[in-house]
Ligand binder design. Structure first.
Ligand code: NI
Length: 225
């Protein structure tokens, strides 16, 4: 299940990211790649210890905390500190699956259940550079407005098509979910969205409280803390 979360960052926050990044010291993205992905990865990254990564990562974390759609879709237990990458013309990232376990310099270690890409460049800034995610229903190509984010199961094969003009800057990170099983996580999200619609259209309906109770009791059954 892929979910588009619009307006995670405001236009002012996107502008702040771009401003900081023009002065940042980018390094070869292969620094954080695994054995397989290092062979197909050609991009630039901000080191996770760079002050820019910390400042902007904190901004992204706070924005996630305000996003009810992210909370509902991902049911986060632990978010890995957001990283930042840049693809210039000619850069690309071939087909790969993200590492299952990520370790941070802080000692934090998480299981990567959900991958997220938050677009800082807009579609008008570059050509190519689509994020293509494969699932059982085929390939899904994603290129979103600046400030928007896509979340998808970290179990998915995915790639970034070559950039043919301009630069594509994004934040990317992984989340360990309270719900490890993607199908259960997806069911809970669908149910939450249905309850929100029912509550909006028929707030007095007795089923609102009954279904909310079922939602929370399923979450109680399945959540790993
Ligand atoms: Ni990846």
């Amino acid at each position: 299940m892929m979910i588009h979360i619009p307006n995670v960052l405001t236009p002012e926050q996107v502008a702040r990211c771009r401003d900081v990044m023009t002065r940042a010291a980018w390094v070869d993205g292969r620094a954080t790649a695994g054995h397989q992905s290092v062979q197909v990865k050609k991009n630039l990254q901000l080191p996770e210890s760079a002050p820019e990564s910390r400042e902007l990562g904190q901004m992204v974390m706070e924005a996630l905390g305000r996003s009810s759609l992210f909370m509902s879709a991902v049911l986060p237990k632990q978010v890995f500190p957001p990283l930042f990458n840049r693809y210039d013309a000619g850069m690309t990232f071939g087909s790969h699956v993200d590492n299952s376990i990520r370790s941070h310099a802080s000692g934090l270690q998480i299981r990567t259940d959900v991958s997220s890409t938050l677009f800082i460049s807009g579609p008008e800034d570059y050509d190519g550079g689509e994020l293509v995610v494969e699932d059982t229903y085929g390939q899904h190509s994603v290129k979103l407005p600046a400030g928007d984010m896509i979340v998808y199961p970290a179990t998915s094969l995915h790639h970034v098509t070559p950039i043919t003009r301009g630069s594509r800057i994004a934040s990317f990170f992984w989340t360990q979910s309270m719900i490890r099983d993607e199908s259960k996580r997806s069911l809970l999200f669908d149910m939450d969205m249905a309850i929100i619609k029912l509550n909006r259209d028929h707030p007095e309906h007795a089923s609102v409280v009954e279904l909310t109770s079922v939602y929370h009791n399923l979450l109680r059954q399945w959540a790993e803390l």
